[in-house]
Design a protein around this ligand. Structure first.
Ligand SMILES: Nc1ncnc2c1ncn2[C@@H]1O[C@H](COP(=O)(O)OP(=O)(O)OP(=O)(O)O)[C@@H](O)[C@H]1O
Length: 267
């Protein structure tokens, strides 16, 4: 049997019938713990996100969902455990490699953080900052190439026709899609979405979740999304990670999770 890697997939071919496709692990969180003072908020948390899948984090307020994402994107440091992003183990990497790995995981937040007086296009261009040398990353010097890429990202989220509108004039759902386009302009392998739809109405929330699902399935991104809506996890996530009191309760394909397990997270 021969094993070949094709576009991030490890494929085992055989002359007979077996075809095994294993997607690349883009995020590997191993036994991370975090305390604030003497309060343990995350204990031995482990989970993975593979290319092409959307993983939803569910759990009651304070269960440690955001803390997990924040440890991944570097907003906080875990006290122990290991985090590997796109093959780079952060604990063992040089600071340059750590920055590069974290750049591969773009974050979108509930609070959208666009510059409201700038256009959607200018906001998306800002996503390319981290890839540019410092001398090219000032707002007035957005080059043609970057603008074209930003337009393509806006097109990907269905907002090319709003490129020249001020971000502040867009609806909440549109602004969140601009934020996702900005994340895409960072050329990430993964998107970390911390309550991306909590401030949106049901229709806009569906639109954003569908977009995140498509980015996973069509573009092969790994998506980790903290959600407060179990029904959206059911509709759009490939896997669900359930947390309670800083502990992992389950990590399973969405199809294998029943209502009793979901409800147990919120007791
Ligand atoms: N910087 C901090 N200092 C002290 N405590 C913190 C800090 N950040 C988070 N916590 C505490 O850690 C616990 C877990 O918080 P976290 O934000 O991860 O929960 P969550 O599951 O995302 O909750 P929510 O759904 O309310 O956002 C909470 O009790 C929170 O108060």
């Amino acid at each position: 049997m021969s094993v070949a890697t094709v576009a991030g997939e490890t494929r085992a071919d055989s002359a007979v019938t077996e075809v095994r496709i294993e997607k690349e692990v883009l995020l590997d969180v191993q036994a991370i713990s975090k305390s604030f003072g003497d309060r343990v908020v995350l204990k031995d948390m482990s989970m993975q996100v593979r290319a092409g899948e959307l993983v939803a984090f569910l759990g009651a307020n304070g269960s440690g969902k955001s803390t997990t994402l924040r440890a991944v994107n570097g907003l906080i440091e875990a006290d122990s455990g290991d985090i590997t992003i796109a093959g780079t183990k952060l604990n063992e990497a040089s600071s340059a490699r750590r920055t590069e790995a974290r750049r591969a995981a773009a974050t979108v937040f509930q609070k959208i953080h666009l510059v409201s007086r700038r256009t959607a296009l200018q906001n998306v261009c800002a996503g390319g900052f981290s890839r540019l040398p410092a001398w090219r990353s000032l707002p007035p010097v957005y080059g043609r190439e970057l603008k074209e890429e930003a337009m393509a990202c806006l097109g990907r989220v269905g907002l090319a026709d709003r490129a020249h509108d001020r971000a502040g004039s867009l609806s909440g759902g549109q602004q969140q899609r601009v934020a996702i386009a900005r994340a895409l302009c960072q050329r990430p392998r993964m998107i970390l979405a911390d309550e991306p739809v909590s401030a949106l109405d049901p229709k806009a929330a569906d639109d954003v979740m569908r977009l995140l699902h498509e980015l996973a399935v069509d573009e092969g991104l790994g998506v980790a999304a903290v959600l407060h809506q179990p029904h959206l996890a059911r509709a759009y996530a490939h896997r669900v990670v359930g947390l309670r009191g800083g502990h992992l309760v389950f990590d399973a394909p969405t199809i294998d999770i029943d209502d009793v397990q979901l409800a147990s997270l919120y007791l």
